[in-house]
Design a protein around this ligand. Structure first.
Ligand code: ATP
Ligand code: MG
Length: 397
């Protein structure tokens, strides 16, 4: 067990890292953050911020010297850096687990190999793979195997011809071609797993996206319509199975599609997840505290939700509503006046359209009421359109 006031290391300085720093500080730990951006949200509040690339050997050595254990908030940290650090100190999750989730081909291969349900797909390494791909994969989505996030590096393709063009547009990078599915819903499971294999699962969140970016997460997930009552349990079971097969230690997120009432794993994230932000305000121990606990070898906390919750993402677009040329801070006072609403801003220096700047969560005892309040607050701040459970119709990079 690594006890406070030990120093913990975090690779990555985004908002997920920032919440980790906050959770670690609450438990009396110190945190060193490595992130090349001098203004990174986590770096700015860490005890020490190493401003260097993720594969900078001096910085990694410094981290190995000052930290008792290291984790990450970002799946695109080179798994080689994690492997290097693990020669000197505990690294959780392991480089191997991160390597699976940072490459869509490896991830899909893992799901296939272990029999976890997933969308029909093919690995695409060249034009020939598209020419030979099963006709049933069209219409589909071509996704770059590495470095995609928030729907970036994905193109929707109606047929083989479009897929060939899309591959060129994606610079012939290795990709996966996934069948386009008619989604009933999307849900996700965030869990924490410790060294001994004990697992604490957070309640299942139901997620809706806009333009490929998470918009709203609702807990509890609705279990009406095509969402059967046993679906949340089944999703938790699958997520636990994945964590176990990976020998995963830390906080893990698993995203699911629900198609004709059946769960399909979309992807995994080897870290806390945007759809788990509701746990900050609605659960006994949130996803970041669990990350700290798993990393330090402490007993995992209670993952139960004490409230129903709806989380709404705040993207940089909001800063440009008044004037498309110049950013203006949204009117937070309006939001802060809403009862049972918790506002979280990430302290990012510049607002850009599509950039995750913050979120708010409304909590309460009545799920229906919480939903109505959150959607009213979402309109209040200027997000007019209704969240939709359907994916956007248009592909975008
Ligand atoms: P994020 O970083 O937000 O998780 P990402 O870039 O990793 O996103 P995906 O999770 O693969 O991308 O896809 C983003 C969203 O696009 C999904 O949540 C879903 O709404 C939609 N989508 C992706 N793949 C499919 C599919 N095969 N069929 C239908 N919709 C899909
Ligand atoms: Mg995703």
């Amino acid at each position: 067990m690594i006890l406070p006031p030990a120093t913990l290391g975090m690779l990555g300085g985004g908002q997920l890292g920032r919440f980790f720093v906050i959770a670690a500080h609450e438990l009396g730990y110190r945190v060193v953050v490595l992130d090349p951006d001098a203004q990174s949200p986590a770096g700015r509040i860490a005890d020490q911020h190493l401003v260097a690339e993720y594969d900078d050997e001096d910085a990694l050595n410094q981290m190995a010297e000052s930290c008792a254990a290291v984790t990450t908030e970002f799946e695109n940290v080179p798994s080689g850096s994690l492997a290097y650090l693990s020669k000197f100190l505990p690294v959780r999750p392991s480089a191997a687990a991160v390597a699976i989730s940072q490459n869509r081909s490896a991830e899909k291969g893992f799901l296939k190999q272990h029999g976890f349900p997933h969308a029909p797909y093919a690995d695409i390494r060249s034009e020939a793979d598209i020419v030979q791909a099963n006709a049933g994969l069209f219409p589909g989505i071509l996704k770059v195997a590495r470095f995609g996030y928030d729907g970036k590096g994905q193109l929707r393709v109606a047929d083989r011809e479009e897929a060939l063009l899309a591959l060129r547009q994606l610079k012939n990078e290795p990709c996966v071609l996934e069948q386009m599915l008619a989604l009933d819903y999307e849900v996700s499971v965030v869990l924490a797993r410790d060294e001994a294999g004990r697992v604490k699962c957070f309640p299942v969140a139901e997620n809706s996206h806009r333009h490929g970016i998470l918009d709203v997460s609702m807990v509890p997930a609705r279990t009406t319509g095509s969402m059967a009552a046993q679906l949340p349990n089944k999703a938790q079971e699958i997520a636990e199975g994945i964590a176990q097969e990976m020998g995963y230690v830390g906080t893990l997120a698993v995203e699911f599609f629900v198609v004709r009432g059946q769960l399909l794993v979309n992807e995994m994230a080897p870290r806390p997840h945007n759809s788990g932000h509701y746990t900050i305000d609605a659960c006994v121990s949130n996803q970041f505290e669990q990350q700290v606990r798993a990393l330090a070898g402490l007993p995992l906390g209670e993952a139960r939700a004490h409230s129903a919750a709806v989380m709404v993402n705040l993207l940089g677009d909001l800063w440009y509503r008044r004037d498309p040329q110049h950013s203006h801070e949204p009117d937070w006072a309006q939001l802060l006046a809403v009862p049972n609403l918790k506002l979280h801003l990430y302290g990012k220096h510049h607002a850009r359209p599509g950039r995750k700047m913050g979120h708010f969560t409304v909590i309460g005892s009545d799920a229906q009421q919480v939903q109505e309040l959150a959607l009213a607050a979402r309109r209040l701040i200027g997000i007019q359109d209704e969240p939709s459970p359907q994916p956007p119709a248009q592909g975008r990079e």
